[in-house]
Write a protein of this length. Structure first.
Length: 375
């Protein structure tokens, strides 16, 4: 994990953090939406006060593409930058990591798809999330679309773990209810998948368990009000802990399938996860019923007198109800016409690195069937 600076107002420490890492000229990657908010201005002003130069890169989309990363790399080199700041949601942070990767490693981003393909050290990286969702600010992942293959590439390397993550819950106050809901369910998916992963450990379990409990208590009020300071802070912690859990335990079929959908359609990643999660929980239930039973307890449900399977199903029902309560889509068909691409997406999902740690063995027919259930 990176060094973590957490708390309201912590965004004002970015300049000092850059100086500690030896940075002189910053490459700031941010979501285009951030241009209309105060956070980019705060980061720039703080860096200027620290005597740092900067350039800003905003040429990225909701599911970032290889072409956007390449444009960022060219701009980074052209301006002779020596450190990267990612400011925004998971898209901005993933692009920031990918630009850092290509600033010191040769070739295109496609060469680094998979696990541990990076050979040269990366420049300093500071990530500042403005959503409680992706956990990318503490993870070893970067997810980038191959625009030719229409596929999300999963790039996994310890080199992608940022040097410093600055997590300021105040940044969540400017996010819409829709984005808060989608990103919050991404947090829940990270935590659940990490907890039932075949690579889970006692350390990742601690983070996953707390994240699940925090989402159950605070996601609804966070969606309901931008001014609920406690809910925002708790969801920021949940996102951080879920990120630490999945970065080390990896994920499962939900993310493998969601990546396949996101490679073709410009949907919110969290909303796709929200649709798929209960179906895949049901599929995986027989692989580790005791873990799913405990997930139900963490969600605040009473499981007295229930078998592990029955308790697990109660948790699945809870996840569906949470999704309904905060207004995210319930079916993939509500987001777009995905049915013609199920066969293609299923093959891509089966090859995703996240599928390796799914707790239940899964076949191509299984993936296709799960996609059809989620239509």
């Amino acid at each position: 994990m990176p060094e973590v600076i957490f708390g309201n107002g912590s965004i004002r420490q970015v300049g000092e953090c850059c100086l500690r890492l030896g940075a002189k000229k910053l490459f700031i990657v941010c979501d285009p939406d951030i241009l209309n908010e105060v956070w980019l201005e705060m980061v720039i002003n703080n860096c200027l006060e620290s005597g740092l130069e900067y350039v800003v890169f905003t040429d990225l989309t909701i599911n970032p593409k290889d072409t956007e990363v390449e444009n960022g790399r060219k701009m980074y080199i052209q301006h002779q930058c020596d450190a990267v700041i990612g400011l925004g949601g998971g898209s901005a942070i993933d692009v920031a990591k990918a630009v850092a990767l290509l600033s010191t490693n040769e070739g295109t981003i496609h060469l680094y798809e998979g696990i541990d393909k990076i050979t040269a050290a990366l420049p300093p990286q500071i990530m500042i999330p403005t959503t409680a969702g992706s956990g990318s600010e503490v993870s070893q992942f970067s997810i980038i679309i191959d625009s030719i293959r229409k596929k999300k590439m999963t790039i996994v390397s310890k080199s992608l773990i940022p040097d410093i993550a600055i997590i300021d819950p105040q940044t969540l106050s400017t996010k819409s209810p829709q984005l808060t809901a989608a990103s919050g369910l991404d947090v829940l998916t990270h935590a659940i998948e990490a907890y039932v992963s075949v690579a889970a450990t006692p350390l990742t379990d601690v983070h996953a368990q707390n994240a699940i409990s925090l989402v159950a208590h605070y996601l609804r009020p966070s969606v309901a009000s931008r001014l609920n300071v406690e809910a925002k802070a708790k969801m920021a912690i949940a996102s951080l802990q879920a990120g630490l859990a999945f970065s080390n335990a990896i994920l499962g079929a939900v993310h493998a399938m969601s990546h396949a959908v996101g490679g073709r359609f410009p949907f919110y990643h969290g909303e796709v996860n929200a649709v798929l999660l209960p179906y895949i929980m049901e599929f995986n239930l027989i692989a580790c019923p005791e873990r799913f039973s405990f997930i139900t307890e963490l969600l605040g449900e009473d499981i007295t007198g229930l078998s592990s399977i029955e308790a697990g199903r109660k948790g699945i029902h809870y996840v569906r109800q949470l999704s309904l309560d905060i207004g995210v889509p319930q079916r993939l068909s509500e987001m777009g016409n995905v049915e013609p691409y199920i066969s293609e997406m299923s093959k891509i999902a089966l090859e995703d690195a996240c599928m390796i740690t799914n707790p239940r063995d899964i076949t191509l027919n299984d993936v296709e069937a799960l996609f059809k259930l989620a239509l």
